[in-house]
Design a binder for this molecule. Structure first.
Ligand code: XUL
Ligand code: CO
Length: 436
């Protein structure tokens, strides 16, 4: 096969002084930071649906992307060729993982049996390319949101036959993920929510979704798939409201339906923004329940109200994300999947490289900065000190449990007005800037 990117060499680390747009300035895969190689901290993934399938359309115009290797057809041969291009891309970029949707790697054909066959034929190529290159599958998923049958939901459709179709599709996507040695499987409830409550029975839909996820858990056991299940929160878009609206809503849902032990969260920065949260907030909520699994690394635009899926370039953002990852002890099955696309104006193949290089460098910088902040210790020291009244006396008793309102009243009558310290927000913001 002719190369898809003949003019692009393997991207090398050239250091911060390099002016080469096709070189890493900060990401040096084998360099050890905080006791581990950068590549093992960051576990980057390329998102197949964006890198290979996004035509770069927007609500006002069609796709602009130039992808000379793609003949634009729905043929299996074209899908197989694209899979080979994906691996050439990952090899040149030096990324070890990828993530895919079933309908993005292979075409959806006239019926389920034909679509499954097409998926198997593309999976054959994915498997042989994995074996050739040593690249791995971070997670797979099923696209339960593009086809017209899912316009009113998949596992929350009011129609049981649509629900059954969705289950059949997930069963196959899990089989393929398992066959490819996937380290995880993601459920993004693309249309699991509602457009209007006038036609919706929320309780029934949530019960159906929970039953669906329990079936997935059972099927996972049946086939011996050991990968981690993830739920990906997002508050709205395409639905008016999505049931997995943010980390807290997902965790509540999982707890309510006895699913929490089987799922972790795949958190996406742009989805956090749409939910009115910061990514760091979402990460801390998930980590507090031991449920942060993986990250869809992208960013939104605060001036645009939809999911713009931009590449992350902001060092403050990547520092915050890496601080949380380091403090949780690192990823186990998860990684940083670039669920991000080039802008509509950036339509050339080389733009795919610039975009990923920028995201990888931004995270490499974020990792180094976060490691330095932790090593410095002042930030953690301040927070520890801020809560130190809970380390002894009445505070320690509260944390140990068993304190009553009567005890709190007796303490207050004896001690009078508390002395409190400044929150020092500005000092801490300055401290962070020392490192960035
Ligand atoms: C959609 C989104 C998805 C999931 C996988 O907003 O982020 O691409 O990551 O289905
Ligand atoms: Co995503």
């Amino acid at each position: 096969m002719a190369e898809a990117f003949p003019d692009i060499p393997k991207i090398q680390y050239e250091g911060p002084k390099s002016k080469n747009p096709l070189a890493f300035k900060h990401y040096n895969a084998d360099e050890v930071v905080a006791g581990k190689k950068m590549k093992d901290h960051l576990r980057f993934g390329v998102a197949y649906w964006h890198a290979m399938r996004n035509t770069l359309s927007d609500p006002f115009g069609g796709g602009t992307a130039q992808r000379p290797w793609d003949d634009g057809s729905d043929s299996i041969a074209n899908a197989q060729n694209r899979a080979r291009v994906m691996f050439e891309f990952m090899e040149k970029l030096g990324v070890d993982y990828y993530c895919f949707h079933d309908r993005d790697v292979a075409p959806e054909l006239n019926d389920l049996a034909a679509s499954n066959k097409a998926l198997d034929a593309v999976a054959d190529v994915l498997l042989s390319e994995q074996q050739r290159t040593g690249k791995k599958l971070l997670w797979g998923t099923a696209c339960l949101f593009s086809h017209a049958r899912y316009c009113q939901g998949a596992a929350t459709s009011p129609n049981a036959h649509v629900y059954a179709y969705a289950g059949a599709q997930v069963k196959k996507a899990m089989d393929v993920t398992h066959r490819l040695g996937g380290e995880g499987y993601t459920f993004w409830g693309g249309r699991e929510g509602y457009a209007t409550l006038w036609n919706t029975n929320q309780k029934r839909e949530m019960d159906h979704l929970a039953a669906f996820l329990h079936m997935a858990v059972d099927y996972k056991k049946k086939i011996g798939f050991k990968g981690q299940f993830y739920i990906e929160p997002k508050p709205r878009e395409p639905s008016t409201h999505q049931y997995d609206s943010d980390a807290a809503a997902c965790l509540n849902f999982l707890r309510q339906y006895d699913l929490l032990e089987h799922f972790k969260l795949n958190l996406e920065t742009n989805h956090a923004t749409l939910a009115g949260h910061t990514m760091r907030h979402e990460m801390q909520v998930a980590i507090a329940s031991n449920a942060l699994g993986s990250v869809d690394a992208n960013t939104g635009d605060t001036l645009i109200g939809w999911d713009t899926d931009q590449f992350p370039t902001n060092f403050y953002l990547t520092t915050e994300i890496m601080l949380e990852i380091l403090k949780m002890g690192g990823f186990t099955t998860g990684g940083l999947n670039f669920d991000a696309k080039c802008r509509r104006e950036s339509f050339e193949p080389v733009d795919l490289f610039h975009a990923h290089i920028g995201g990888m460098d931004a995270f490499a910088r974020g990792l180094k900065i976060a490691a330095a902040i932790i090593e410095d210790g002042r930030l953690d020291g301040f927070i520890k000190q801020r809560y130190s009244t809970f380390d002894n006396g009445i505070g320690a008793k509260v944390e140990a449990g068993g304190v009553t309102f009567d005890d709190l009243e007796a303490h207050t009558l004896a001690n009078g007005e508390p002395l409190i310290g400044s929150g020092r927000q500005e000092m801490l913001e300055n401290l962070i800037n020392e490192f960035i």
